[in-house]
Design a protein around this ligand. Structure first.
Ligand code: PCA
Length: 201
């Protein structure tokens, strides 16, 4: 059985829960689309998240990597097209706020997702879940983790598909937060499962 490393993030900023964390915990150990899911939670920390992802990849030796992140305010599931070689944005959970910093001095300006993002969007829509490809993952932690995964794949393991899926808030988070659209937890889980199945088609 092939292995899929599925990562989520801990809560950050004023988002008191992170739906990606609950999804990853729920899917950890399951078999979906011919993959055994190995779920891991990433810190919202520019200083350690890249190294942490790479240590998971080296240890688990997955056949593919999908990272999940909360995109509070988005209405759709959005597979990301590209990660850029920049760190920028709000403060992380360790109090660090980078401005215009490269992620890797020697890295490419950007890396395109190697997940079947068009197929993921098509399958989500066929299942009545709103979805579209996103052309920016921002320059915060989600972009950082996507870039690190793709840089590793490009330089060390080109056969390992890797990429990122941004998801809307859950109802639980939206009610606590008060100003963002949301999906039910079950629909978020279904959307992630559909994306994993699209990977194995
Ligand atoms: N979303 C943030 C970081 C952690 C998360 O779940 C982002 O979009 O960068």
């Amino acid at each position: 059985m092939k292995k899929l490393l599925l990562t989520g993030f801990e809560p950050f900023l004023d988002f008191t829960v992170n739906p990606t964390m609950k999804i990853v915990e729920e899917l950890d150990g399951m078999e979906i689309g011919g993959y055994t899911i190995i779920g891991k939670i990433m810190p919202v920390d520019f200083g350690s998240s890249g190294a942490k992802l790479l240590s998971f990849i080296e240890k688990i030796k997955p056949d593919a990597v999908i990272s999940l992140g909360l995109a509070a305010g988005r209405y759709k599931m959005t597979p990301e097209r590209i990660a850029i070689n920049f760190k920028d944005g709000p403060v992380d959970n360790e109090g660090y706020k980078p401005v215009d910093e490269p992620i890797k001095e020697e890295g490419e300006p950007g890396y395109l997702s190697t997940l079947p993002i068009r197929k993921m969007v098509e399958r989500l829509i066929e299942n009545n879940l709103p979805a579209e490809i996103s052309n920016t993952a921002g320059a915060y932690l989600c972009n950082n983790v996507m870039y690190e995964g793709l840089h590793y794949a490009k330089t060390r393991n080109p056969g390992m598909p890797s990429g990122f899926l941004h998801i809307p808030a859950s109802h639980e988070l939206a009610i606590q937060h008060g100003r963002i659209p949301s999906w039910s937890h079950d629909d978020l889980v279904l959307g992630v499962r559909i994306c994993i199945e699209a990977l194995s088609e």
